[in-house]
Write a new protein. Sequence first.
Length: 462
Amino acid sequence: MSLRRSHSAVDACNATLAVLSRRSSGGALIAALLHVQDRLRCVAATGSWQVYSSVPLGRGVVGRVYATGKPVTLPDVSADPDYVELGKEVLAEICVPVLDRAGQPIGVLNAEWTSAIPLDGWEDLLSEVGQLLGARVEELGGPPPETRGEQLLRHSMALTEADTDIEVLTRACRAAREVTGLAAAVLLRSTPAGVMLAASSPEQRDRPLVARLAHTAPERLNTLVELARRHGAAYSIGDPALLNARGFEALTDSGVRTMIAVPLGSATVSGALIALDESVSQPEPAMVNLLELLAAQAGTCLEKLSNLRALHRQANSDPLTGLGHRGPFDERLANAMPERTALLAIDVDELKALNDSQGHEAGDRLLVELAGALQGALRQGDELFRIGGDEFVAVVDVPSAGMAIAVAERLNEAARAVGGTVSIGVAVQGATETSAQTLRRADKALYAAKRSGRNTVRFSSS
């Protein structure tokens, strides 16, 4: 009777647990978990001071029972490797699936005991109750939907797992669309190259709207970013044809009739997250607050990725010239192609004499100028590394030894153009040769160039 009187899935679960708790004389820790999005969410519980709010699908005994649809009885929980311990007193556990009328799991009923009791009959009872509960939950429309707060939490966790800026942007847009219920979302980000626009996958009817917005003049889009940055969150309260939409013409001219615009929450990343729709509605202030939290998380994630890139550059580049050093050089050598990769060992001529006569600042200036000149003289795809004080190595892919020598001669000319000279040794990796062996040959050719008077190129033929 209590199940029939329930008006929601949560009511049904609470009524079921009340009956089971009386049946166990209050000695059982019982929880009802239903499948909501990507988790088993605890919607009712009794007998314990603390419970898991949700459990990832497939985790623990409850995840196993949900995945298999088969009940599990554990007279000794310590014997099951899947058991997740919350308290230290639980001795036994019985978990059964909650089944809909087609016999498919929609959740689980989980009962635990902290004292030894006869478990006979409990699995059959819980299984029968699980079927009754599942049928009633289905009649009431299924498990409860995610709240907006739960949606925000799920999307925030997904944002923190993003590996690239574009992943952060697209995930933030998808989250904004889902949390607000509006038809589409875009994220505008100001960069040195202009305003960058990322978008969610809008409803079919709203795709032209987003496309029109994407073709809006960058300066108009940047106005939206500036408004959000200066004044914070804003949202619409009616039809822009009847009310003042000044400052947001880039949106209204594209067909937007409802919008929420919030700034990215970062001191170093300038942008705005905008949820939008072609139909007229008035967003709730609480919804705007959730979008502000989401934008703050997106901004923090973008800032984190930027910091990680900066740290990676610092760890993998020479602080003076900005060129890659030994780590990236070794990685590049690992991808060298025999008979097509040439190594050009480069040494700055008379750098020690310059340091001794004019000081190390003068020597550093020459190194920076030479690094820029040599880098500029290389072809697209060629790479230059600084692997020592006055030592550089260029890694170039060439069809022949003659082309490798031509590249080296061009580097030699580039060095002279900035007032310095270099000696270069060239070696092309042989078919059965390791890149380390090729580098040794290039070094020997370099020494030959220096012995011959410097400011020249020598080639190692074998």
